[in-house]
Design a protein around this ligand. Structure first.
Ligand SMILES: [Cu+2]
Length: 177
């Protein structure tokens, strides 16, 4: 979005921006309690809302998979961090970030994923972060559910159910491992 120069220089007042953010959060909340509830699931833990954990079906003969969340919403006044994860379906779960390295997208393990206060951090497929399921113990098939335990610096430990599904828009641009 491009703002006229004076607007971009001064920016909207803090109060205006806060009101806008609040409205956005309220609209999002209304959406989630309405039509979306049959297609999504979320878990609240402390100040965090863990929205819809999912994974792609794994490919035959491929040792690793990836899990995602539609988002992690931090409703608190303090930043938090996702600092680890584990699951019974994988030998270990790593936090990965996609990075452009000499023109090629590569994934790197990171020690944590920052969750800023009053903000939603996306962990969707095709995005900056994902949870890498290393050495899968079984194949992940469409319709499966499995546990994923997430460890947060402030909010503590929370287990969510991951839904194995093929997102409609991922058919051609899936994240490959
Ligand atoms: Cu990865």
């Amino acid at each position: 979005m491009v703002f006229p120069a004076p607007y971009a220089l001064n920016g909207p007042s803090l109060a205006l921006r806060a009101a806008g953010a609040l409205l956005a959060v309220m609209a999002y909340g209304a959406l989630m309690t309405g039509a979306g509830s049959a297609q999504a699931h979320d878990v609240k833990t402390g100040d965090l809302v863990l929205d819809h954990a999912y994974a792609m079906p794994s490919l035959a003969g491929v040792a690793n998979g990836a899990a995602y969340l539609r988002g992690i919403r931090n409703r608190g006044d303090q930043p938090d961090r996702l600092i680890g994860a584990s699951s019974p379906v994988a030998a270990r779960v790593e936090l990965h970030r996609m990075m452009l390295d000499a023109g090629v997208m590569r994934m790197r393990e990171v020690p944590f994923i920052e969750l800023p206060a009053q903000a939603e951090t996306a962990l969707r497929h095709g995005g900056d972060y994902h949870l890498m399921l290393v050495d899968l113990k079984r194949r992940l098939q469409d319709g499966d559910r499995f546990d994923l335990t997430l460890k947060f610096e402030r909010a503590g430990t929370q287990t969510v159910k991951v839904w194995v599904q093929t997102p409609r828009e991922s058919a051609s641009s899936g994240h490959r491992h």
